[in-house]
Design a protein around this ligand. Structure first.
Ligand code: URA
Length: 230
C-alpha cells in the first residue's frame, strides 16, 4: 500500500499538491469508493481516476515506430525528439520514460521506451546479446562476400579495439539487405557497411529481441508486455 498522492504524482497524473484537488473533486476511487483524503494508503491496482484504472502502475513498457528526423535525446536542440510523439504524462512519471538504447536521427523503426530502469540495463547490456534486425539500403550493389565478412566475428571498426560479434546478413535485393546484430555500438550498422566501402542510405529497425513492429504506423506507439521475467 502506498500514499495516493505519491502514487498519482509518480505516475504523472498530477503533483502531490494537485492530488488534493483530484480527491476534492471526487475524481479518485479505490475499489469503486470515492476517496476523501490524498494521503490515504492505497493499492495502486484498485485506484481509478475518472473511472479509468491507473496507467501501468507497475512500470511502463511501450514500443514506438520512430520516424526519420527525430532524435532520441531529451534535449530538443538537435531537432524534434521522440518524446514529442509520446503522451506528456509519460514524461511526468517519476522516473520518466526513456528509450532503451537509441536510433540515429536518420534511422526509423522500432524503439522501446520504458520507465523501468533495470529493464533498460538488461536490454542494453552487451552481455545480453539481444538480437536487433535492420533493413538497410545501400548506395551500390551488394556482394555475397559481405555475408561471410559480417559473419566471421573479426570485423574491426575504425578506432575500436574489439572486433564486432558475428552478424547475420541476408541480401534481399541488389541494394537492400537485412542485418541482424547482437551489439549496439555507436552507428554500428552504418559503420559496418562503411568499413567495407558501402554507404547506408536508408536504415530501419524491424526487430528488437522478441519485439517486432508488425502493423504499428510510423510515429505511433503501443504498450507491450514484458517478454522475459524480471
Ligand atoms: N546502427 C546504426 O548505424 N544506426 C542506428 O540507429 C542503429 C544501428
Amino acid at each position: 500500500m502506498r500514499r495516493l498522492d505519491q502514487v498519482l504524482s509518480s505516475l504523472g497524473y498530477c503533483s502531490r499538491r494537485e492530488a488534493v484537488m483530484f480527491v476534492k473533486n471526487g475524481r479518485v476511487k479505490h475499489n469503486g469508493l470515492v476517496l476523501t483524503k490524498a494521503d490515504q494508503k492505497v493499492d495502486p491496482h484498485a485506484v481509478t481516476v475518472d473511472d479509468e484504472p491507473l496507467e501501468a502502475p507497475d512500470g511502463l513498457l511501450a514500443m514506438l515506430h520512430k520516424p526519420v528526423g527525430y532524435v532520441c535525446t531529451h534535449d530538443g536542440n538537435e531537432g524534434p525528439t521522440i518524446y514529442e510523439l509520446l503522451p506528456d504524462q509519460w514524461l511526468r512519471r517519476n522516473p520518466a520514460v526513456t528509450s532503451v538504447g537509441r536510433l540515429d536521427k536518420d534511422t526509423s523503426g522500432l524503439l522501446l521506451v520504458t520507465d523501468i530502469g533495470p529493464l533498460v540495463h538488461r536490454y542494453t547490456s552487451p552481455k545480453a546479446e539481444i538480437e536487433k534486425t535492420y533493413l538497410a539500403e545501400v548506395d551500390r550493389d551488394l556482394e555475397a562476400s559481405l555475408i561471410e565478412t559480417f559473419a566471421k566475428g573479426d570485423l574491426m571498426l575504425r578506432s575500436e579495439e574489439k572486433p564486432c560479434l558475428p552478424a547475420k546478413l541476408e541480401i534481399l535485393a541488389p541494394r537492400t539487405a537485412r542485418l541482424t546484430i547482437t551489439e549496439g555500438r555507436y552507428h554500428q550498422v552504418r559503420r559496418m557497411f562503411a568499413s567495407q566501402g558501402w554507404q547506408v542510405e536508408k536504415l530501419h529497425r524491424e526487430r528488437f529481441g522478441d519485439y517486432t513492429l508488425d502493423d504499428l504506423a510510423e510515429g505511433e506507439w503501443r504498450m507491450v508486455g514484458m517478454t522475459k521475467p524480471e
